[in-house]
Write a protein that binds this ligand. Structure first.
Ligand code: PLP
Length: 283
């Protein structure tokens, strides 16, 4: 497929980046993943706003305006041979001629965009829900920034895979924070609980959609710290992300969550999410 690299559109297999690129040397860059349904990017404005927040947070000047990003993404999306996609974009602090931690002077950022088929969750998996494990959150203190330095997330996700699980839920100071690559919601006594968007977690675009849908459908919800004990005795636990959408976690550290099957609110939220997507895409 076609990708975008520093102003050029070229086959992905032909794209080349310097080994001195700071993304490669230091993980010094920002990224976004944008879901695309029927060739229409979903919540692109929100994703590009979060990109700006990340770039501001790491003191990297955004190389493009929102319109320039949208135009480049549209071209990549149009060139893909599949309609439902997940667009990945990345901006790094570029390639200097030497390796030095401090910011380089007069070095252009590296801008890369590519797309892949959107991998959807099979109905059978959705029907049973997925298994998750917990682990201490060993990431840094700015988990609100979507940066390419993802080693702690990589190790956390592999921890899940090693145990045949779909996700690792990260715990910090007795609180449930988020998944290695997803946000986590909890349902207790009919109330939807979400951890607050602070520096401990990534402010998910799907997280916002879920809370908007809860408000729109009159589901009582609270945004507050969720204790590990509350997670373990929850009626329902969900993971959310741009590619997983709303997915029920039905086993946690080998124990059933609630009844051990996707709960009623998870199923309703999934349906609302699908309807909302269809509605937005028709506009
Ligand atoms: N938390 C982390 C650590 C993530 O990597 C992601 C990305 O998928 C999310 C949460 C969910 O964010 P979004 O809903 O914007 O995809």
């Amino acid at each position: 497929t076609t990708c975008y690299l520093n102003g050029d559109y070229l086959p992905l297999a032909e794209a080349r980046v310097s080994p001195l690129d700071r993304g490669f040397l230091f993980g010094d860059g920002a990224y976004e993943v944008i879901p695309v349904y029927s060739r229409r990017p979903f919540r692109i404005g929100e994703h590009l706003r979060r990109l700006q927040q990340t770039l501001d947070g790491i003191r990297l000047v955004n190389p493009h305006t929102v319109d320039e990003w949208a135009e480049r993404i549209a071209r990549i999306v149009a060139a893909a041979p599949f309609a439902d996609q997940s667009v990945y974009l990345q901006v790094t602090r570029g390639a200097d001629t030497k390796r030095d931690h401090a910011f380089p002077k007069d070095v252009a950022p590296t801008v890369f965009i590519f797309t892949a088929p959107l991998t959807t969750t099979p109905d059978s998996v959705r029907a049973s829900g997925v298994a998750a494990v917990t682990a201490p959150d060993e990431r840094w203190a700015r988990c609100d920034l979507k940066v390419v330095a993802l080693l702690a997330n990589v190790l956390a996700r592999q921890h899940a895979v090693d145990q045949g699980c779909a996700e690792t839920i990260l715990l910090r100071d007795g609180c449930m924070i988020e998944g290695a690559a997803s946000n986590i919601f909890v349902v207790r006594g009919g109330v939807l609980l979400a951890p607050p968007k602070d520096r401990r977690m990534l402010p998910g675009i799907t997280y916002d959609v879920v809370l908007e849908l809860a408000a729109a459908h009159g589901v009582p919800y609270a945004v507050r710290d969720i204790a590990e004990a509350e997670l373990r005795s929850a009626d329902e636990v969900w993971m959310t992300s741009s590619t997983k959408e709303v997915l029920a976690i039905t086993t946690l550290d080998g124990e059933p969550v609630g009844a051990g099957v996707p709960g009623p609110l998870a199923q309703r939220m999934h349906d609302w999410y699908q309807l909302f997507k269809d509605e937005v895409m028709r506009r």
